[in-house]
Design a protein around this ligand. Structure first.
Ligand SMILES: Cc1ncc(COP(=O)(O)O)c(C=O)c1O
Length: 389
């Protein structure tokens, strides 16, 4: 991979189709085949000892993993991308690649909750202190002399508050801290994080890159200054993904641009419809005019994905269950980014800021189904909610 290469003159929709392909090395096959390799043979003792071979050992990479890394790296405009077995591991790996004993990590209060658990339950054991900042605050008063990294996620995947990433990056960098961002909601297509000052951009490949609810994987892309540390940490801790999973992720990636457009279109239709309903207090979706984060979203983002939240007017648990349980087209599940619609409750955990809500907050992932069918399903659901009030 070349240093900090940008997507060149091509539009991202073109890059996503072309990047990382190696047809010449694979008899013209459009897709890089699945290499299932642990042992890789050398032609001679000298070749083994001189480490001249591009792929010396399966854990260190194969053409399959290199294809996905190259494709994501090109989209991100980074220097290096590494693959890890889950999105959560990508968050952990990015943090561990930059922070060590005695360092302080500044983490947003609206982060993906398992990332919080990792900081509180694992990082703390290794002498890295974590403290939290309100996601929309100026980070200056929260920095400490030993702050090594500032972690961002914009918007947060439960409360959807937008962060001013360029401002955070300016302040963090002036302080000598690195900026890490879980950019799963926007993907590099909708928010090129590195170009906005982020040093390590994190993707839960599990979501939109995979896109089909059948693979768990993560990716971290580093800018030039952070590439060596990332690659060293990744290699020495033995992180690797299986060829079959990588193939699925590569296959998903190629169609992500068109899928995201449809996810956004449908999410917007559902959000506008829900906004007009008397059972709904508010919508949490920065792409929606009037959302508190809309101006930032409009300034920095090129689009939105299909994930948004909404707050219902206060309702008994049984009424919410009647609404959710009877939905025909929305699966009840924690994930998002696949082709299918999902709904889940938002259990919000904060420690330094509040997110006041009087009624229950639900999260929808708008899938690729017909929007009118989804709306009809929600309409029947809200009728059930009313009946059980
Ligand atoms: C914002 C965000 N980051 C990271 C992850 C973790 O991804 P994975 O499930 O692959 O560990 C998730 C999963 O829901 C997520 O929502």
């Amino acid at each position: 991979m070349t240093d900090d290469k940008g997507p060149g003159d091509d539009k991202p929709e073109t890059t996503i189709v072309a990047a990382g392909r190696m047809s010449d090395a694979h008899f013209g096959a459009v897709n890089t085949p699945v290499y299932r390799a642990s042992t890789i043979l050398f032609p001679s003792l000298a070749a083994l000892e001189n480490r001249t071979q591009e792929y010396p050992y399966g854990r260190r990479g194969t053409p399959t993993s290199r294809s996905l890394e190259e494709a994501i790296c090109t989209l991100e405009g980074g220097a290096r991308t590494v693959l890890v077995p889950s999105g959560l591991n990508a968050c952990a790996t990015a943090i561990l690649a930059v922070a060590g004993a005695g360092d302080h990590l500044l983490m947003l209060d609206s982060c993906y909750e398992p990332s919080r658990d990792f900081c509180d339950k694992v990082l703390a054991r290794f002498g890295v202190e974590t403290s939290y900042y309100p996601p929309t605050a100026d980070i200056t008063p929260y920095l400490k002399p030993n702050t090594k990294a500032v972690f961002c996620e914009s918007p947060g995947s439960l409360t959807f508050e937008m962060q001013d990433i360029p401002a955070i990056a300016r302040i963090a960098h002036a302080h000598g801290a690195s900026v890490l961002m879980d950019n799963t909601w926007a993907t590099p297509l909708l928010f090129p994080a590195l170009a906005h000052g982020v040093d390590l951009s994190i993707q839960a490949v599990t979501k939109y890159i995979g896109g089909h609810a059948d693979v768990n994987m993560g990716a971290i892309t580093a800018n030039k200054d952070h590439a060596a540390r990332l690659v060293q940490y990744h290699g020495t801790t033995g992180l690797a993904c299986g060829g079959d999973d990588i193939f699925l992720a590569l296959r998903g990636l190629r169609t992500m641009a068109v899928r995201l457009k449809r996810h956004q279109e449908t999410a917007m239709k559902l959000a506008l419809w829900l906004q007009a309903r008397p059972e709904v207090t508010r919508i949490l979706y920065p792409a929606l005019p009037g959302d508190p984060g809309h101006a930032l979203w409009k300034r920095d983002f090129k689009g939105a994905c299909g994930l948004f939240g909404f707050e219902l007017k206060p309702a008994p648990k049984a009424a919410v269950a009647a609404f959710v349980d009877g939905l025909a087209h929305f699966g009840i599940g924690w994930s998002w980014g696949g082709f299918e619609s999902l709904i889940s409750p938002a259990h919000i955990k904060r420690t330094v800021s509040s997110f006041p809500a009087e009624g229950p907050i639900l999260r929808i992932h708008a899938g690729l189904e017909d929007a009118d069918d989804l709306i009809a399903d929600l309409d029947k659901g809200l009728a059930r909610l009313k009946e059980h009030r």
